[in-house]
Design a protein around this ligand. Structure first.
Ligand SMILES: NC(=O)c1ccc[n+]([C@@H]2O[C@H](COP(=O)([O-])OP(=O)(O)OC[C@H]3O[C@@H](n4cnc5c(N)ncnc54)[C@H](OP(=O)(O)O)[C@@H]3O)[C@@H](O)[C@H]2O)c1
Length: 320
């Protein structure tokens, strides 16, 4: 089959043919659409942990056909039965062949009916980013109606799902971004206000104006994380699921304990959370935002385009 094939960080990512042999106990999904995550880009740079047998096929998100019906894939491999992942937990698209391909073998219990209000492209955009956003926002931070929620870096795929989920839950949602254009797009979705994360004083001013935030969701870390903590109100929950900028120095410890802030690390989510996330999407008819689409044959270009984070929402591959 044709696929986006990864042979190691010192080899160029390529669109090529690769054997896709049947796997025992698994069903074959004919893929129609796949979506990118920053993880795919980190893998090409050798910055993602894991021990794949190379060559492998990238891609964690997909939507396709099995026995004439459309499904999306839960990308979890061996999460286990507990609320935290088992030691052997991995995500589709590195140790196991992923979705940037014409077909994939997966266990049938990882296939979930495509939400009927969505196109295959919109549905393909959901799995990894939607699951990560759901666990960080709902399971870990307990976001609920009327909470004042701040989502940082709204251009990110996960951030945008967190924003849409928070709006659906009835939260008051605010955002940060490096781009004023993205803040304006977020306002069109129902976000109240946004500030540039490169301007810490504007962030503090926003927090003072609104009275602080109950929930903060971040994937950047770095020095800006301390500013986010200063924006919290008493008893806030802060969810962090990524470290795009880097480690966190200079955190004000008194700010943490006087305000009784809880910081929750979060990664992906269980299969049960995947089902709950789809229920939320179906109930509120949430439509994932697709920034742009490429053909599978242009998948290398699509992955490389993540370098400058110009997207607002998800980048999708069409698979004929
Ligand atoms: N733990 C997990 O399970 C998990 C799952 C998914 C992703 N992640 C990690 O989470 C991060 C985001 O992933 P993604 O797929 O959503 O990425 P993405 O779609 O590529 O988005 C990256 C976004 O990061 C934002 N950003 C950059 N610098 C920032 C800063 N200083 N402060 C705040 N935001 C900043 C930008 O927002 P603007 O464009 O608005 O400026 C950019 O659009 C990555 O590090 C990824 O590896 C972790």
């Amino acid at each position: 089959m044709k696929a986006i094939v990864f042979e190691g960080k010192d080899h160029p990512l390529k669109y090529a043919s690769i054997a896709n042999d049947p796997r025992e106990g698994m069903v074959k999904l004919t893929l129609k659409s796949a979506a990118l995550n920053r993880r795919d880009y980190w893998i090409t740079l050798g910055l993602y942990p894991g021990k794949p047998n190379l060559p492998t096929v990238l891609g964690s998100d997909g939507c396709g056909l099995y026995e004439g019906k459309e499904y999306i894939i839960c990308p979890n491999v061996d999460w286990g039965e507990k609320s935290f992942p088992s030691p052997g937990y991995v995500i589709l698209g590195y140790e196991h062949f992923g979705t940037f391909a014409e077909s994939i073998y997966v266990p049938s219990n990882k296939l979930y009916p495509k939400p009927s209000h969505l196109t295959v492209e919109q549905a393909a955009a959901i799995p990894l980013a939607g699951l990560t956003a759901y666990r960080a926002l709902v399971s870990r931070c307990g976001a609920k109606k009327n909470d004042r929620v701040l989502i940082s870096g709204i251009g990110g795929g996960v951030a945008l799902f967190a924003c849409q989920f928070a709006l659906a839950l009835g939260c008051e949602v605010y955002v940060t971004s490096g781009s004023s254009g993205k803040i304006e797009k977020a306002k069109e979705l129902g976000v109240i206000e946004g500030v540039n994360y490169k301007d810490p004083s504007a962030m503090i001013q926003l927090a003072k104006k609104v009275g602080g935030f109950d929930v903060v969701i971040d994937s950047a870390g770095g020095p800006g994380f301390n500013t986010l903590l200063k924006m919290c109100r008493m008893g806030a929950n802060v969810g962090i699921y990524g470290g795009t900028v880097g480690n966190i120095d200079g955190v004000s410890v008194p700010n943490l304990f006087f305000k009784q802030i809880s910081i929750h690390g979060s990664t992906m989510g269980s299969d049960q959370e995947f089902a709950a996330m789809l229920d939320l999407i179906n109930k509120h008819k949430i439509i994932p935002i697709v920034d742009r689409r490429y053909d599978l044959s242009e998948g290398v270009e699509a992955v490389n385009s993540m370098k400058n984070s110009s997207q607002f929402g998800k980048i999708v591959l069409d698979i004929a």
